[in-house]
Design a binder for this molecule. Structure first.
Ligand SMILES: Nc1ncnc2c1ncn2[C@@H]1O[C@H](COP(=O)(O)OP(=O)(O)OP(=O)(O)O)[C@@H](O)[C@H]1O
Ligand SMILES: [Mg+2]
Length: 377
């Protein structure tokens, strides 16, 4: 499509629409090829899933590696996890003749129910599992079928922290035990909750301790992102100057989804020659578009939480929430009130705490909300 908006805000559209992540892509491919299990952390909407899809795209012509991906956010128990994995395997191996037939036959031997999506027609597998032990056995068989094919498989489990919500409180140990028995399957566990990911993979008392190589995604470098944005506009015969590119990167803080969204909006505006004034107008339009959501956030928070959130926004990056100077500047009450609010805001994922830098800081998660709060709403 000639006039397609090149700034995607959902899904993956191929290398052409994917900015940078060269090092991370290389690193992940190297880890996959060397069968090293990985835990991949990044804040929400920074590009974990995009990176995985990009890596899969790079590996699509590699006949020796099969890439599997499941997003378990919507699952609530181990049985659903097993069904999702089986569905993914079933769909993937329908494409492959020899091994495919064997795997499909093996899945059929587990007597699944196969239903078809009424819109897409794609099959969905579920097992009639009545007991916990049967569930574990089914999962084990599924992994074993895959492992026995003597092909290399990389399995990404996105939103991995979801397993902690399962009623089976030993899901981690079940998966870890399975994992240790496999020779040909390499795992990538993705998650966006830093605290939970850290707990799962770095707590010596938990099954996954020291089982994975940690990787974390940061922000795309400013010059890479500006160049990408400029090229996208230029290929549609439109112009954008450097000051405007710098403004976009700093206003969205290069938090990938927000930068993409901004550029998508800007691209949709049809201006041929884009300058700072136009970008600033677009910024206000975006905030207007989202204002009703921001008001809803306000209704979900207590007054001290809201005031603290606004103060964090105004600081952009806050190092010490309990410092007297900060509390007095925004009239936030006592340090313990602020501590409680910060805790609640972290739990609600309204703010993030970046601990992977020399001086850890708090920041409002949603960059549009941050800019809206900053205006003093
Ligand atoms: N390198 C990139 N270049 C261009 N767009 C990207 C890039 N990475 C991600 N995106 C886009 O940014 C948005 C957010 O990325 P993605 O969904 O991969 O993030 P995520 O970390 O998986 O988020 P979540 O935690 O919500 O699952 C998507 O719309 C995606 O298309
Ligand atoms: Mg994702």
């Amino acid at each position: 499509m000639k006039n397609k908006n090149p700034f995607l805000i959902s899904g993956y559209g191929g290398s052409k629409y994917f900015c940078d992540r060269k090092e991370e892509t290389e690193q992940l491919i190297r880890l996959i090829k060397n069968q090293v299990n990985v835990s991949l952390f990044a804040y929400r909407r920074l590009g974990k899933t995009g990176l995985i899809k990009h890596v899969h795209n790079q590996l699509k012509d590699d006949k020796e590696i099969v890439c599997l991906y499941i997003d378990i956010l919507g699952t609530t128990e181990l049985g659903e996890f097993t069904n999702m994995l089986a569905t993914c395997v079933y769909n993937e191996f329908q494409k492959n003749n020899t091994i495919g037939k064997k795997i499909i036959k093996a899945i059929q031997s587990l007597r699944p129910n196969i239903s078809f999506d009424e819109f897409t027609g794609s099959p969905s597998i579920s097992f009639n599992i009545s007991s916990k032990s049967q569930n574990e056995a089914t999962l084990q068989q599924l992994f074993k079928f895959l492992d026995d094919q003597e092909i290399q498989i990389t399995l990404t489990i996105d939103e991995f922290q979801q397993v902690l919500e399962y009623p089976e409180n030993n899901t981690e140990s079940i998966l870890r035990t399975q994992m240790q028995q496999l020779k040909n399957i390499q795992f990538i566990f993705c998650g966006s909750n830093q605290k939970i990911m850290h707990e799962i993979f770095n707590n010596a008392k938990r099954p996954f301790f020291a089982s994975c190589t940690p990787m974390s995604l940061g922000y795309i470098a400013q010059d890479e992102y500006s160049t990408f944005i400029r090229k996208m506009f230029e290929s549609a015969n439109r112009e954008i100057d450097q000051t405007t590119l710098d403004f976009i990167c700093s206003w969205t803080m290069r938090h990938t989804f927000y930068t993409q969204y901004f550029c998508n909006f800007l691209f949709a505006s049809k201006y041929k020659k884009i300058d700072l004034k136009i970008a600033q107008k677009i910024a206000l339009e975006i905030l207007d578009t989202h204002e009703s959501t921001f008001f809803q956030y306000r209704n979900l928070l207590t007054t001290p939480q809201w005031k603290t959130l606004m103060a964090v926004a105004k600081e952009e990056r806050l190092l010490q929430p309990t410092a007297t100077s900060f509390i007095q500047k925004y009239k936030l009450g006592t340090p313990s009130t602020v501590s409680r609010s910060i805790h609640a805001l972290l739990e609600k994922e309204m703010i993030l705490y970046n601990t992977s830098v020399e001086h850890p800081y708090y920041e409002v998660y949603d960059k549009f909300l941050l800019r809206w709060l900053e205006k003093g709403n």
